[in-house]
Structure formats: C-alpha cells, structure tokens
Design a protein around this ligand. Structure first.
Ligand SMILES: Cc1cc2nc3c(=O)[nH]c(=O)nc-3n(C[C@H](O)[C@H](O)[C@H](O)COP(=O)(O)OP(=O)(O)OC[C@H]3O[C@@H](n4cnc5c(N)ncnc54)[C@H](O)[C@@H]3O)c2cc1C
Length: 452
C-alpha cells in the first residue's frame, strides 16, 4: 500500500504527457502512472503519427498549435528525437473553387489572419518537401490552378481541381516522444505501476484497487488527485466514479506496405482525398458484396477522407494508407472488429486519387501490415481535458484520431487543471464543463465531424 499526490490511469501518449508536464512544469514528483499494459502499447501504438493545425474551429486550431509548439520544443531540446518533419497535409478535391472549404479555413485560422494564400499561379509557392520543421512555411496554400497542381503533384489524378496545402503539418515519432517523456518522469521520481484499476472509492484521498496484469492479486494505492487517461477505458473509470462522460469507441484501420512500384512520391505530403466515392467493383464482385449485409455498404456511396503518405525515410519505400469510414461504435472489451475486406477496399478507393496505386488491387504485398485501434470520441469530436464532476478527479482523453498530435497540449493543460493553475481561454472549451455551455454545444452540433 502506498500513496501519491497524483495517480494517472493510463500510460498512452496522453497519460504520459500529463505526468510529464506535472513533473516538468509544476514540480509534482509523487506521481504514479497505472496501467496493466506496457507504456504506449494500446491505441498509441496504432497511430499514423501525423499532425496538423487544420481544424474548422479556432479552439481546436489553438489547441493543436499549442501542442505543436510543445512538440517542437521537445524536438529541439532532445536533439531531434521526436523526429518531426513538416511536409504538410494536401487536402484534395475535384471541385473548382470550393468556397465551403475555403470558408472553413478562415474559421479555423480566424485568430491569425493573413495565413491563407489563394494561388492561381506559382509565384512564391514553396513546393512540398519532407523537411525538418525549422524554417518551414506556415499558413495554407490553396492551389486553384490545374496546371500548377499537375506540375506539383504529377502522381495525382488529372481531375483534381483544388489542393489545399496545410503547411504546419507533418509527421512525428509519437513512440520516441513517449519514451523521452517517460525518462524525465522516472528521473524526477515518478513511478509506473503495472496493473488495472478495478475500483475507486473514497475521495481526496481516493483509494484505487489495482489488479496485477494476471489478476492474481490486488494492491491499494491512495491518491489525493486522479487523472483518467484510460483511452478506450475512459468510461470504465468514469463509471467507477458514478459519472457518464458520453464517449464512444469506434474502430478504425490502416495499412502499410512497401511501395515497390513507386506509386507514391517520397516527398509527397500526407494526402487526403476529401471527395466521397462509390468503389469501382466488377459486376460480379458488386453482386457478391451487395448480397451480404456486412459488406453491402461497400457497394454504396462512401465518405471521403482516404489518406496516404510515404512512411519512414525519404530514401525508403514504405507507405501508409487509412480511411476512417467506420461510424459504428463497438465495445472496446470485445475482440477488435478488424475487417479483412478493408485493405482491398482501401487500395481501390486510394487509386482514384493516385492511379498508380491501382497496380496493387488484388496484389497487395504479403508483408503488408493491417492494423487498427479505437477512436475514443465525443459526439462533437472534441477532447475532454479538465475537471470531472467528482472533486479531485480529472480527465484527459477522447482524442479520437488526433491524440498523438494533441498529447502535449492535453498533458500541459490537464497538469495545469490538476494543480489549479490558470489555463488559456481556449482550454475551457475542451473541459467536460463545456456541455453546460448551450451556445457552444449548438455551434458544435452544426459543424461537420472530422473525417480523420
Ligand atoms: C488507426 C489509428 C490511426 C491514428 N492516427 C493518428 C495520427 O495520425 N495522428 C494522431 O495525432 N493521432 C492518431 N490516432 C489517434 C491516437 O493514436 C490516439 O488518440 C491516442 O493514441 C490516444 O492516446 P491515449 O493515451 O488517450 O489512449 P491509449 O493509447 O489507448 O492509452 C490508454 C491506456 O489506458 C489503459 N487503461 C484503460 N483502462 C484502464 C484501467 N482500468 N486501469 C489502468 N489502465 C487502463 C490502457 O491499457 C491503455 O494503455 C490514430 C488512432 C488510430 C486508432
């Protein structure tokens, strides 16, 4: 039996970041991280490790900008261990002058006007390069000229009419970031406890009953404050406190393989096809898929958001693709609902934007990796960071498909909430108490949910 100032439940990217900022910024040393699994091994191990500051709302832009600032600090201070690159995000559509998308950019970047550059000509446009973040362009280039798009992105299909190139975006190594934070936590005296929190009783101090990973025995931990950073287990912890966080878990998948045919240019930014589509099946396949209720939807119009990027070093040949089209929540305690049809559907869909990928239809390499994890999310797809209803309990989670890029800001904001220090104005919109703000909730209900 022992006691700590703060117990953090969950050693994914988010829980680790909360502990890191508690020890680094607030000198809290008696911190324990509790998890039955090795650090960074659940959802955080499945991340595509992409980041961007593009959101259709200024609060989320401020949140990710804050997180990117913190990641850059970590990267710089560690001599580049976070491995941040900044090739950008290329959002692609066949629509000419898509005013709704341009309006959404203005909404998202409302606090830093002048960042959006509409480009009909090449002048001043810095071509995409997977480069270090230092000295890279920021803001957004909206390419509206087909000739310019063809020259810049020759691998894209010829019907592409607009490319929105988000510049403060790229990739990180979330695993490296987690390890370097863990080193600092351990150095400062923080501890890791291997076990699953089974019950929480008492209040400040809380009494946590912790079962060893094999459930052979339990131990007790007392903590003045607790942080719920349990990822897909967020609601389990909330239930122990008689609270409902209103989150759901939706399984999403990715594939990665060696692009031996060089279908994807190594300097290409993370490219997202925004347009919905109906997948091109043969008549025979279509009839077969339509006859099974589990696969019928693959024959119907599907949502956009198919994404693809080169992975690893520029001189390598791995590529990663994903498509968060699943919208059906599932129980995270049950086996992962991995969809064996997913790689084939995805490569067909992705070849609409990058026609050379069609060569892999029916021929995906045997060594392909097909993996997935849960997007733990709220209805409005904003995270929950801040005090729970129970005094002394805090939450940092529901980071959906953006928890690697959002981990640092989640950690620093949650740490400030825990020690009762001021938080920036935007952080109030991310706290569970936002649900009492009917005007904000009505505004969010009107926003389209992200597709990534
Ligand atoms: C396919 C996929 C691709 C993604 N791509 C990106 C991307 O490109 N960029 C990006 O920013 N984000 C991405 N994400 C999202 C990102 O991976 C997650 O948002 C992030 O990893 C969530 O971290 P977490 O710490 O909240 O949760 P997790 O990593 O799931 O950690 C939660 C931990 O809590 C523990 N836990 C649960 N219950 C208990 C309990 N009772 N007691 C003790 N411990 C408990 C679990 O064992 C787990 O280790 C992606 C996610 C998926 C699934």
């Amino acid at each position: 039996m022992h006691s700590v100032d703060v117990a953090i439940i969950g050693t994914g990217s988010v829980g680790i970041a909360v502990a890191y900022y508690l020890v680094r910024d607030h000198g809290v040393r008696r911190v324990a991280l509790v998890d039955p699994l090795p650090p960074m091994s659940l959802t955080s191990a499945q991340s595509g490790e992409n980041y961007r500051n593009w959101w259709p709302h200024r609060v989320m832009t401020a949140f990710t900008d804050h997180s990117i600032d913190l990641m850059e600090q970590l990267d710089e201070a560690s001599g580049g261990r976070v491995n941040m690159t900044r090739g950008g995000y290329a959002l692609v559509t066949r629509r000419e002058q898509p005013q709704d998308l341009i309006d959404a950019l203005h909404l998202g970047y409302a606090d830093s006007p002048g960042q959006i550059r509409l480009r009909y000509l090449e002048n001043g446009y810095v071509e995409p390069r997977r480069m270090p973040w230092q000295g890279s362009p920021s803001g957004v280039d909206v390419l509206l000229d087909r000739a310019l798009i063809r020259r810049t992105f020759p691998a894209f299909a010829e019907d592409i009419a607009t490319v929105i190139h988000i510049r403060r975006a790229g990739s990180i190594s979330a695993q490296q970031m987690g390890s370097l934070m863990l080193e600092a936590i351990r150095e400062a005296g923080g501890t890791l406890i291997r076990g699953e929190v089974k019950s929480i009783t008492g209040r400040t101090p809380f009494t946590l009953e912790i079962a060893t990973p094999d459930s052979a025995s339990t131990s007790i931990l007392h903590a003045d404050r607790i942080v719920n950073a349990a990822g897909p287990g967020l609601q389990d912890i909330a239930t122990m406190l008689d609270e409902d966080l209103q989150v759901e878990c939706v399984f999403q998948q990715k594939i990665a393989f060696t692009d031996t045919l060089q279908a994807v240019a190594r300097h290409q930014p993370f490219a997202i096809d925004l347009d919905g589509q109906t997948l091109p099946w043969t008549e025979e396949d279509r009839a077969l898929l339509a006859s099974d209720p589990a696969t019928r939807r693959l024959t119907e119009p599907m949502k956009g958001g198919i994404h693809c990027r080169p992975d690893g070093p520029v001189e390598g040949n791995w590529i990663k693709l994903g498509w968060a089209y699943n919208e059906t929540p599932s129980d995270p305690h049950q086996p992962a609902p991995i969809d064996t049809q997913f790689p084939d559907s995805l490569i067909r869909a992705a070849s609409r934007l990058q026609p050379k990928l069609a060569a892999y239809i029916g021929r995906l390499p045997r060594a392909m990796r097909h993996y997935g994890g849960f997007y733990t999310q709220t209805a409005e797809n904003w995270p929950l960071i801040g005090p729970m209803a129970t005094p002394g309990a805090f939450v940092a989670g529901a980071l959906s498909g953006y928890g690697s890029m959002g981990a640092c800001a989640s950690g620093s904001l949650c740490a400030a909430w825990v020690v009762d220090q001021p938080v920036p104005a935007f952080a109030r919109g991310l706290a569970p108490a936002r649900r009492q703000d009917t005007a904000l909730m009505a505004e969010l209900a009107g926003l389209a949910k992200g597709t990534l």
